[in-house]
Design a protein around this ligand. Structure first.
Ligand SMILES: C[S@@+](CC[C@H](N)C(=O)[O-])C[C@H]1O[C@@H](n2cnc3c(N)ncnc32)[C@H](O)[C@@H]1O
Length: 379
C-alpha cells in the first residue's frame, strides 16, 4: 500500500520489504514523502550497518560516524532503539550505548556535550538491531508521522492515523468522481473522519505539523522545501459539506472528535452526532462506511482483557451492526476493523478483500464488505 502511495507521490523504483519500503530518494523526493505520505510511519536514512554481537561493538562502530556534523552546535538529539532476536536484548540499553558514542564523539571534537531532548529533539536517530546486525539511521520525518498535529486529548483506543488512512485506501473510497458519502458510526475521536477529510481535500499528511524533521538536518535545502510545499498546498481543495459524517454513543468521544475538527478547516462541513447506531434511522444507501467498532481488548477496565460477559456483548454488537448494514445501508461498501477473527462471523456478509494491520501492539484485520443493493419493488 505504501509502495503504491509512493508511486502517486512521484517516487519510482521503491521496493517493498517485510519491514517497510526501500527507496533511493533525492532530497526533493524525501521532502515529497515526508510531507505528502499519509501511510508511512517514519522516513529513515541508514547511516551505518554492521555486525553487532555486543554493546562494545555497537559503541565502537557508532564512534566511527561524524556526529559533530549531524548534531550541530546548540542542537538537541534523541535516540530510539528496537532490538529483536539478538545477543543484546535490552533496547533501552542499546539506545544508551549509541547515545554515549554520540556524546563522546561530539565532546572530543567540540569540547562540549550535546543535550538530549526526549520530547522535541532537533535530530532523531534510530537504532535497529535484528539478528545481531545493527542499522543506525537518521530520521528525516519529525519522529513518527502518524502524529499529524490535529489530535487533542486522547480518548480511549484511538486508531493510529496512518492506519486510518490505510483503511480508507483499502475501502477504495472515491470522494471525487463518484462523490461517495463517507460514514463512521463508531467514530470515537474521529480519526477516520479526519483522515477522510485529508484525503478528500488533497491535504498532505504533514500539513498540520509546525516543522518537518528534515528542517534541522545539515543537508536541509529551504528553497527546495518551499517549492515542494507550495506545489502540494496548491492542490488542496475545500471539503464538500455533508460528504463526511459520523456518530458515537459516547458523549466524551463526540466532544473529542468535534474538538479535533475545530483544529482543522473542516469543522463546519462535517457532522459528528451523539447516537447509538441501533437507533439511527437515516438512509445510508450507497455510502462508504469505514469504521472500527469497540475492540474488546482495550475496552476492558484498565486495558485488561474483558471478561466473558463483555465478549458476549461485543459479539452481539457486531451482529446488530450487520443487521443495521443490511437494513439501513443497501449498496454500501464497508471497511471494518476486527480485533479478533472470532468476531468476523458475527457480521452477516462475506468479505470481498482484507488485510492484516498493526494497531500499536494489536494485530488487527481489516475487511471490506459489499452490502447488497435493495431489490427494486416489483410492480
Ligand atoms: C475503538 S473505538 C473507535 C476509535 C476511533 N476510531 C478513534 O480513532 O478514536 C469504538 C467506539 O465505538 C463506540 N461505540 C460503542 N458502542 C456503540 C454503539 N452502540 N453505537 C455507536 N458507537 C458505539 C465507543 O464509544 C467508541 O468510541
Amino acid at each position: 500500500m505504501l509502495q503504491n502511495e509512493l508511486k502517486e507521490l512521484g517516487i519510482t523504483g521503491a521496493l517493498a520489504t517485510h519491514l517497510g519500503v526501500d527507496a533511493q530518494l533525492t532530497r526533493e523526493e524525501v521532502y515529497r514523502v515526508v510531507y505528502g505520505s499519509r501511510i508511512a510511519s517514519r522516513v529513515l536514512r541508514p547511516l551505518a550497518e554492521f555486525e553487532c554481537p555486543d554493546d562494545e561493538t555497537l559503541y565502537e562502530n557508532a564512534r566511527e560516524l561524524n556526529w559533530a556534523a549531524i548534531v550541530r552546535p546548540g542542537q538537541t538529539f534523541k535516540v530510539s532503539a528496537t532490538v529483536a532476536d539478538s545477543n543484546m536484548t535490552h533496547s533501552q540499553f542499546a539506545a544508551l550505548r549509541l547515545k554515549d558514542a554520540i556524546v563522546d564523539v561530539i565532546r572530543d571534537e567540540r569540547g562540549e556535550r550535546p543535550d538530549v531532548d526526549k520530547d522535541d529533539p532537533d535530530v532523531r536517530l534510530n537504532l535497529f538491531i535484528h539478528r545481531d546486525k545493527a542499522v543506525i539511521s537518521l530520521y528525516y520525518s519529525s519522529g513518527v508521522m502518524h502524529k499529524r498535529g490535529y489530535r487533542g486529548a486522547a480518548v480511549e483506543a484511538p486508531l493510529k492515523e496512518n492506519l486510518a488512512a490505510a483503511m480508507l485506501r483499502l475501502a477504495k473510497w472515491d470522494p471525487f468522481e463518484k462523490g461517495e458519502p463517507l460514514r463512521d458510526f463508531f467514530c470515537g475521536s474521529g480519526t477516520l473522519l479526519l483522515e477522510a477529510a485529508m484525503l478528500a481535500t488533497h491535504t498532505p499528511g504533514g500539513w498540520f505539523r509546525a516543522r518537518q524533521g528534515f528542517e534541522a538536518l545539515p543537508d536541509y535545502d529551504a528553497e527546495t522545501w518551499q517549492r515542494v510545499k507550495a506545489e502540494f498546498d496548491a492542490k488542496i481543495i475545500p471539503l464538500k459539506p455533508g460528504l463526511i459524517g459520523g456518530a458515537d454513543i459516547d458523549a466524551q468521544a463526540v466532544i473529542s472528535a468535534r474538538a479535533n475538527f475545530k483544529r482543522t478547516p473542516w469543522a463546519a462541513s462535517v457532522s459528528v452526532g451523539l447516537a447509538d447506531f441501533r437507533k439511527l434511522d437515516g438512509d445510508y444507501t450507497g455510502s462508504v462506511i469505514v469504521t472500527n467498532p469497540p475492540y474488546g481488548v482495550r475496552v476492558g477496565a484498565d486495558g485488561e482483557t474483558p471478561d466473558a460477559k463483555s465478549v458476549a456483548a461485543i459479539h452481539k454488537l457486531y451482529e446488530d451492526f450487520g443487521y443495521f448494514l443490511k437494513m439501513r445501508c443497501p449498496g454500501a461498501r464497508v471497511c471494518m476493523l476486527f480485533p479478533d477473527p472470532k468476531f468476523e462471523k458475527d457480521i452477516w456478509f462475506k468479505p470481498v478483500r482484507g488485510m492484516f494491520l498493526d494497531n500499536g501492539a494489536i494485530s488487527v484485520r481489516a475487511n471490506v464488505y459489499q452490502v447488497l443493493a435493495a431489490k427494486p419493488k416489483s410492480e
